[in-house]
Design a protein. Structure first.
Length: 95
């Protein structure tokens, strides 16, 4: 889901359909899309490792499910928007 989010965000932002809400990541995506994807994958992977290492704590279990649901919703949004815009995208953005 992280890779789907990174690629989806990269596409929507560079195509002008969306903007990156995180100011740090907004700066990175404008400077280097490749660095954006690598940094996003690294930060989320490190966060997952941290949550995994703290998995025995009740708080970790409580926050993991909402985080997963948020990421799932973001993934669904990326996929549904891509499906809705696919004729427009395939036609070369209407040009």
């Amino acid at each position: 889901m992280n890779l789907l989010d990174a690629i989806g965000t990269l596409f929507w932002v560079t195509a002008g359909f969306a903007s990156e809400a995180n100011p740090l990541m907004d700066f990175v995506i404008k400077e280097s899309p490749f660095a954006f994807v690598i940094l996003k994958l690294a930060l989320v992977s490190l966060s997952v490792l941290l949550l995994w290492s703290l998995r025995s704590y009740k708080l970790t279990k409580l926050i993991t499910i909402p985080i997963f649901i948020i990421y799932l919703c973001i993934s669904i949004i990326h996929i549904s928007a891509l499906i809705k815009l696919s004729p427009y995208i395939l036609s070369g953005f209407g040009g």
